[in-house]
Write a protein that binds this ligand. Structure first.
Ligand code: PLP
Length: 398
């Protein structure tokens, strides 16, 4: 028999490292979630960007159930058909010809940096400096924490090797990327850092500087990959091709899976006995990911992302005409940030909580940006209802 649990149970048994919202979702369907009292919520978070096709997409439920009856998990000593097929699909769809699977975005970024450090230090042992950017978020291991902007590098095993440059400032790259640089890591859209897109000129400048000094350029597409921005990967908008790309979240549709995409020159530069980074990606998650990739690659889905972008944007503009809360609406595809104006600075979490109260779920990015990353196939009518609820949430705060 299962014991009843409620939100109070969280305080009794969980380590308080995050403060979840007050509701406990118990089931989902498309872009709706239902809580323990069967109250419905319109989910504009898309599971933090992972539930690319909404909750319980019937095709994915079938794929998952069928694979669950076939093969779930293997030791790392063997590869399997779903991983091989997924890697083939990812290579066919991108610049890459080599793939490494892991569990999380953090893992994939660690793998990228290990590979880049091996590659660069084979050239010169002094080539050990890592370049990252203000506003970045790359994960939660000690190293990734240090590379991200909200934490100190003091605890990092690579302390002293990390340089943080201003984002979107090509002039800052001039001397910073040099013969001692081992890798550059950048997000095409800084998602946790306020939904700020990298300018194409900045990305082109990064590519040029990296080429000049033979430095691997790593795009962290953990948030932007798999169609989220209206192209399969965000690098496809600018035409700047990285040497490595990391993706996660939407790749497994909410199941833990990440991938490092790269090319042979880099991957073969590291003999396996030296490159000791364990992989992952079991048959269950790889089969689901493979199906997601097939579905998302359909032109009608990506076209629908652009249409929904305009719809969501226009709704937010209309809301702003009534409430005057937003200063700017930015982002690409279905990764949108609404920045709060001067009078509302610091109130993003309060707005998200009020929205939850009105039955619509949104994310925040820092303390002054409301973030939207709904399902790529959200019904326009649901979007409309979600926006009505958001408007009520804002009115309740005035
Ligand atoms: N990279 C980016 C851009 C992220 O936003 C995050 C997490 O928010 C990560 C990496 C870390 O991914 P994970 O939480 O899967 O380890």
């Amino acid at each position: 028999m299962q014991h009843p649990v409620d939100r109070q149970t969280w305080h009794e048994v969980m380590v308080p490292n995050e403060q979840p919202g007050t509701l406990i979702p118990v089931r989902g369907n498309g872009s709706r979630l239902f809580d323990q009292q069967d109250r419905d919520y319109i989910d504009l978070t898309g599971g933090g960007g992972a539930n690319l096709l909404g909750h319980c997409h019937p095709t994915l439920v079938d794929t998952l159930s069928e694979q669950a009856r076939t093969l779930w998990h293997l030791s790392h000593g063997w590869t399997h058909e779903p991983a091989l097929r997924l890697a083939q699909q990812l290579c066919a769809a991108t610049f890459a010809d080599r793939v490494l699977f892991n569990n999380t975005g953090t893992d994939a970024n660690e793998a990228a940096l290990r590979l880049a450090l091996h590659y660069s230090q084979q050239q010169r042992p002094e080539k050990r400096n890592l370049i990252v950017f203000q506003g970045a978020c790359h994960g939660q291991s000690l190293l990734m924490d240090a590379l991200s902007d909200n934490h100190s590098a003091a605890e990092s095993p690579l302390q002293g090797q990390i340089t943080r440059l201003p984002f979107n400032k090509p002039e800052a790259l001039n001397t910073a990327i040099n013969a001692d640089t081992a890798a550059v890591m950048v997000e095409p859209i800084q998602t946790e850092g306020g939904v700020r897109a990298a300018n194409p000129e900045f990305l082109h400048a990064l590519r040029e500087h990296c080429d000049r000094h033979d430095v691997p350029l790593i795009f962290d597409e953990v948030q932007t990959g798999m169609g989220r921005t209206g192209r399969l990967f965000a690098y496809m908008h600018s035409g700047v091709i990285p040497d490595m790309l990391t993706c996660a979240r939407a790749l497994g549709g909410g199941f833990p899976l990440s991938a490092l995409l790269t090319h042979r020159l880099l991957s073969d530069s590291c003999p396996l006995h030296r490159y000791q980074h364990g992989g992952a990606g079991n048959p269950l998650v790889c089969q689901v990911a493979s199906r997601i990739l097939e579905l998302v690659s359909e032109p009608s889905i990506l076209q629908g992302v652009q249409e929904r972008h305009l719809l969501l944007r226009n709704h937010l503009i209309t809301i702003n005409q009534h409430s005057g809360v937003f200063q700017d609406i930015r982002g690409q595809g279905l990764l949108i940030g609404a920045t709060l104006n001067h009078a509302w600075q610091g109130r993003a979490m309060e707005i998200a909580q009020s929205a939850e109260h009105q039955g619509v779920l949104v994310l925040t990015s820092g303390d002054s940006v409301i973030r939207f990353s709904p399902s790529l196939i959200i019904d326009p009518q649901e979007l409309h209802h979600g926006m009505e609820r958001l408007q009520l949430a804002l009115a309740a705060l005035k």
